[in-house]
Design a protein around this ligand. Structure first.
Ligand code: HEM
Length: 454
């Protein structure tokens, strides 16, 4: 049977009326867990049920790959980096890189995360005194960009962070526009094309320069960062290192994939805390009891479970990647519905995480959903902010550790406040976004900042 189908005109009218994210929610409520949108020859099939996540990502995963839907990501962002590659190349690269992202391996970066969060805390002391509004998304992007640059390349001058962050924003916007709309070929000198080319050159030159600099340094002096680890990685069977091109693509991939998503998660955390004062009180109680004003250490994190539960609940209600796609290689079925070859199957953390059959009162922000017992009792694929199966986000542990630390450092000292009358309007911009940004006033929790000891 064919799934309920939305024609292109209804789709465009709906998106114009409600925005993409809200419109997809309306169609879901009207038509159920599987429906499709036809745009020209392309079919996008939305599948919201956790069983569909299991089917596409695990049970029948060999029938799904990142094909033409990922062309823009490959061609305009990250080449053959891990997010976009397929088949043998993907398998080899994932195997080479996985050891650098295990829970144990990433603890090496905790010190950088703590230090950068503290640096932001110092900046927020100044902002709290001035009392003006800041754009929280901007603040969070600066801290996560700085952390990933340091973890990846052991570099993070303020200038480099700003430049790379802005470059990434331009390139992601460009690739998105290419995916959904008409953009003249790259050789046509439109201002948008020219800007993209300029920025891409900056990113490529910066990263190639960092790699060349590392090669010119005696190996004994290499810092223990991700770049050194990637350069030293050897294929188990052939003993070969990564090619120069793959090294560049993977470095760019980690930089791109590794900061914007975490920045969004932290941004929504500040929103959720300001909008749910009882949750904020419990978080503050835990931080005060365990840390008493001191900078957290890695060990302290084990004693801050509620802080992590807050992050997990943010990733449920506000998953940074509200949708991700898998292209069907051959024909398939999802329950009673046909999935022809070539269909782009859209899986949606945003809507699966609000599925009323799996989440009680799904619109309520409730970190108590994340006690170990509650987690165990749930459908395994009802929660997939990092995707699922073998192509699950390689940086999931890194990101959780980073969010845990940044929140612990900043929330014990500050309670950013929403502007009166602020209403959060969510939209999908490839990553989950707030239409009007998130202007907040930084306020100290205590009149006197407490003494800090390491
Ligand atoms: C809250 C933060 C994050 C979220 C919500 C997130 C989400 C995701 C999702 C949904 C995917 C699947 C994408 C797709 O199939 O198209 C993915 C893949 C990936 N992510 Fe993340 N991510 C986060 C943080 C990170 C970090 C910190 C890194 C690196 C340090 C990272 C690196 C990657 C890579 C390399 C892949 C591709 C994995 C593969 O296909 O083998 N991500 N992520």
């Amino acid at each position: 049977m064919k799934p309920p189908t939305i024609g292109v005109l209804s789709f465009l009218a709906g998106v114009r009326r409600e925005g993409f994210l809200a419109f997809i929610g309306s169609v879901w409520r009207e038509h159920g867990d599987v429906f499709q949108v036809r745009i020209g020859r392309k079919t996008m099939l939305f599948a919201m049920h956790p069983d569909a996540v299991a089917h596409v990502s695990v049970d029948n995963r060999d029938n799904y790959a990142k094909l033409e839907t990922y062309d823009a990501v490959r061609d305009y962002l990250i080449g053959e980096g891990l997010v976009a590659s397929n088949g043998e190349l993907w398998r080899r690269q994932r195997k080479l890189m996985a050891p650098f992202f295990t829970p144990k391996s990433i603890t090496t970066y905790a010190a950088v995360m703590i230090r950068d969060a503290e640096t932001l805390g110092e900046r927020w002391e100044g902002l709290a005194t001035e009392g003006g509004e800041v754009e929280i998304a901007e603040e969070m992007t600066l801290v996560t960009a700085s952390i990933i640059l340091q973890a990846m390349f052991s570099t993070q001058t303020v200038e480099a962070v700003r430049q790379m962050k802005e470059a990434v924003e331009t390139m992601v916007a460009y690739a998105n526009r290419r995916m959904v709309g008409f953009v003249p070929p790259l050789w046509v000198p439109t201002p948008f094309n020219q800007r993209y080319k300029r920025v891409r050159k900056l990113v490529y030159d910066t990263i190639s320069g960092l790699i060349a600099e590392r090669r010119a340094t005696p190996e004994a002096d290499w810092p223990d960062d991700l770049l050194s680890r990637l350069m030293n990685a050897r294929d188990e069977e052939t003993g070969e290192p990564m090619t120069e091109l793959l090294l560049r693509d993977e470095s760019i991939t980690i930089f791109f994939a590794g900061h914007e998503t975490t920045a969004r998660t932290l941004t929504f955390t500040w929103y959720a805390l300001a909008a749910n004062p009882l949750v904020a009180d419990r978080l503050h109680e835990e931080l005060d009891r365990v840390l008493g004003g001191r900078t957290p250490t890695l060990d302290d994190l084990h004693h801050l479970p509620y802080t992590l539960q807050v992050v997990k609940e943010v990733l449920r209600m506000y998953p940074a990647a509200p949708f991700y796609v898998r292209d069907a290689i051959g024909p398939d079925r999802l329950g009673e519905f046909e999935v022809p070859a070539g269909t782009a199957v859209m899986l949606s953390p945003f809507y699966t995480h609000r599925h009323p059959d799996f989440w009680e009162d799904p619109e309520r922000f409730d970190p108590d959903r994340w006690t170990p017992e509650a987690e165990k009792a749930r459908h395994r694929h009802a929660y997939h902010p990092f995707a699922a199966g073998q192509r699950i986000c390689i940086g999931n542990n890194f990101s959780l550790l980073e969010s845990h630390i940044v929140l612990a450092v900043l929330a014990q000292r500050f309670a950013p406040r929403l502007r009166d009358g602020y209403v959060a309007r969510l939209e999908n911009e490839g990553v989950l976004a707030l239409k009007d940004g998130l202007p907040m006033v930084i306020e100290r929790r205590r009149a006197e900042p407490q003494a800090k000891t390491a």
